[in-house]
Design a protein. Sequence first.
Length: 138
Amino acid sequence: MRTAIVNIGKVLTGDLENPVMDADSIVIADGLIQAVGTASASDLSACDVVIDADGAVAAPGLIDSHVHITFGDYTPRQRTVGFLESYLHGGVTTSITASEVHVPGRPKDPDGVKALAVAAQRCFAEYRPGGMRVHPVR
């Protein structure tokens, strides 16, 4: 599937040296960005969906490098369900956790701690709450 986002007001790069890109459209194919710039009429006609951004700003997703998670999209310390999905509203698209999985009664012995960290890594290998990537550090 090909998608084009057109009529973008500003494209931010995330590069401090060149923070703004001269572009007004983004073309995406099969979930991956194919081109950022100005889409031609032939580019747009090849798309299944064309979205009018109505002058909105496009920016790269932010990374939170210090989250405390457990299985699923839940954090017992803050008693929050859906906290990773709610991060998306603020622009955070990737989270990195130290893998000390916070579950009630978590094990303290080395084998138990390792098993819990491996289980958490496997749980987030394919699970993406709201589309967010979660990287447990091994």
